[in-house]
Structures are given as C-alpha cells and as structure tokens.
Design a protein around this ligand. Structure first.
Ligand SMILES: Cc1cc2nc3c(=O)[nH]c(=O)nc-3n(C[C@H](O)[C@H](O)[C@H](O)COP(=O)(O)O)c2cc1C
Length: 366
C-alpha cells in the first residue's frame, strides 16, 4: 500500500512532494542577525533530508526581539542579503522547499546561548531590556521584562510586516508566525504570563488581540499562494494555562484572519514547565485542531519512528508531520523513513545511486 506520509500535499497552493517537514531549529550562530556559512552548511544539509519542506529557525523581527546574540534576524538590509545568499545556495543544492519562522523573543530574550547556560545575559554581555505582556520573568535568573505599551505593540507589528516583506523578497515558499514556546506572542496569549487589565489582558478575546493583529497585518502583505501559518501552543502543561480547547479556539481565530495552516507545538511558557515525554505528545491536540477548526495542520514533538509518522497522516490526525532533533541526528532521516515505508523521495542527481536500487539484491553488482 502506498504511503500517506509520502503522498503529495497542496498547502494553500504550495505543492509539497510529501508531508514531512524539518521543524525550525535555532542555531544561535548568526552575526548580528546575519546568516553565515554555518547556516549554509546546516540548511544545505537539511535541504536534502527527504522532507519536502525545511523551515528556517526562529528569525527575529527586531534586534532586541532576538533570543540570544547569535539568533537570526530579518531586521536589516544586511540580514536580508545574508539570508538571501544562504537560501539561494541551499536551494540549488537541495530538493526541499523553504519556509521561515518569524518571531519575537519577548521575555525570553536577552539570553545566553543554550550551551553557555539557559539564563539571562549577565551585565557585561550586552544585555537589553526585554518586553512582554506583563512584567513577570520567565524564571529565576531571567530578566524582569517591561510591560509592553501600545507603542511597543505597534512597532513590533510593523516589524513583523517588514520582516515578512523581506522573507517574500528572499523567495521563501511559506511563512510561519511563532506564537508558541513562551515568546512574545504566546506570552500575550497565556494567562500564566499575561495579567494585564487593559484590552490586551483578561479574557481569551483580549489576550488574543495583539497576536491576532499581527496575523492580520502580516496576512495583508503575504499574497495568497504563499502559505502563511502559525505555530501555536497546544497546551501550557500547567493548571491555569492554555489548554487544547484554547488551541482549537486560537486556530479558528487565525483561520478567520486568513491563515492557511496551524503547527501545533506546546510548552515553554515558564522555565520550570516540562513537556510530556511520550512520543507524539502533541498529536491528539493537533487532531482536534484539524477536525474542529478545519485548517491544514502540522504537528511536532517526539515523532521519531517511521510507522508513527505514517499513522499520524494516514489516520487523518494531521496533514503534515514535523520533526526536529531526529534530523540533526540523521540528516537524511526522510530518506530512511521513506525506505522503511517502501516509498521514495526526491534526491539530488549526485546521490541518485544511493536510492532504492542500492537496497535491491542486484545492488551488489553495481
Ligand atoms: C536545537 C533546537 C532549536 C530549536 N529552535 C526552535 C525554533 O527556532 N523555533 C521553534 O518553534 N522551535 C524550535 N525548537 C523546537 C523544535 O522545532 C521542535 O518543536 C522540538 O524539538 C520537538 O520536536 P522533536 O521532538 O522532533 O525534536 C528547537 C529545538 C531544538 C532541538
């Protein structure tokens, strides 16, 4: 029987060869937001992973919206030129289409790189003032953010729009807004991090107001035919936080703003919250979002077995399966998943001899 995972998918007009996606993964290796040879190697490698779509790491819409000094940005002409070079080269080398995740770090910004310790930058390390829905730190050893004003929200919204225009000029095939993992937009959505008493806090409707305004403004400049979606949180994994019901409601609101897809992730809204450890822990939430909101749905989170990925798509729980760490461990993971499922993937001609013929007994003669 043919594989559902390796069947083509038309995402709002973008033709994808299969349903496998490389999840965005920060490399903390940029120079003032500019992609460099590390990104060329990393993205060039993953452009041949077998996944039809490769989503570039969280790319920040303003300099002080980065997480670390090494995070990618799209806030300057230099950033745009650097990422253009990298994407054009990686595209020539690989078979994947390219998405980009646009983000603002909020209260998780001004942080050290993970390998330096996951805490705020120290005073000698050029820290900056962070903004968030409310002045509540992400955790111990994190900065207390300043409560975002309407002027901050206007500036950040404009920065998302400007970055989206840059992404379009670079030629990205799709754009994803980061509304998860505790960064600025998710920070507004979650009652755990948003205790405002104005029109941006309190009720679900109020907490969604700023993130929705960003989605609306970005949609206005991203033409139909370039899929625009959002990574949202399926659960804050804490009492009093966002729930799968909220994820469904969020997806419905984003769909009404014209977004084309939802990527269901979860967690990350406070430093002491841990995600569940079972494989595919976001899948049941994604299945609800897909069914109840009626929008193209992607999910992610410990999906590391070919049969599991296949089942998610074949049973209609999600339209696309994203994976992160397994692609770092095995950059041709998509090839190996395809092999396990008796399917095949596009490969560069230079590597064609490593295709299915190699697995057949006759390969010994080659
Ligand atoms: C090194 C690394 C960097 C990450 N950076 C991002 C990011 O830029 N944006 C994002 O939404 N998620 C990011 N994530 C989360 C992944 O996209 C993914 O959701 C998570 O790792 C769970 O999927 P997995 O179990 O397949 O790795 C990152 C994960 C890793 C391991």
């Amino acid at each position: 029987m043919s594989s559902a995972l390796f069947s083509p998918f038309s995402l709002a007009g973008l033709e994808l060869a299969n349903r496998l996606v490389v999840s965005p993964m920060c490399q903390y290796s940029a120079d003032d937001g500019c992609a460099n040879d590390w990104h060329l190697m990393h993205l060039g490698m993953l452009a041949n992973s077998g996944a039809a779509l490769l989503v570039v790491e969280a790319t920040h819409v303003e300099r002080h919206g980065r997480i670390t000094h090494g995070c990618l940005g799209l806030y300057s002409d230099d950033n745009e030129a650097a990422l253009s070079r990298v994407i054009a080269s990686a595209r020539r080398a690989g078979t994947a289409k390219f998405g980009i995740q646009l983000a603002h770090s909020g209260r998780k910004g001004s942080a050290q790189k993970p390998w330096e310790g996951p805490v705020a930058l120290k005073s000698g390390a050029d820290p900056w003032e962070t903004i968030a829905a409310s002045p509540i730190p992400f955790g111990e050893q994190w900065h207390t953010p300043r409560e975002a004003t309407e002027a901050d929200m206007d500036r950040v919204r404009d920065a998302f729009v400007a970055a989206a225009k840059r992404a379009l000029r670079i030629g990205f095939d799709e754009i994803e807004l980061h509304m998860a993992h505790g960064y600025l937009l998710h920070g507004f959505m979650s009652p755990l991090s948003n205790v405002r008493t104005d029109q941006y806090g309190g009720s679900f409707e109020n907490r969604m107001r700023f993130p929705l305004s960003v989605a609306k403004a970005v949609r206005a400049v991203v033409p139909k035919g370039v899929p625009l979606g959002a990574r949202i949180t399926g659960s804050d994994w804490r009492d009093g936080g966002l729930t799968p019901d909220d994820a469904v409601a969020t997806a419905k609101l984003l769909k009404a703003e014209g977004l084309d897809f939802i990527d269901v992730s979860s967690g990350g809204v406070a430093a002491d919250i841990r995600n569940p450890a079972e494989p595919g822990f976001n899948v049941p939430i994604a299945a609800r979002v897909k069914k109840e909101a009626g929008i193209a749905t992607r999910t992610v989170g410990l999906i590391i077995k070919p049969e599991q990925a296949e089942e998610i798509v074949a049973s209609g729980k999600a339209d696309m399966v994203a994976a992160g760490r397994i692609f770092l461990d095995d950059p041709h993971w998509g090839w190996h998943v395809a092999k396990a499922l008796n399917a095949d993937v596009p490969r560069p001609v230079q590597y064609a001899r490593a295709g299915p013929k190699l697995w057949a007994p006759a390969a010994a003669k080659a």
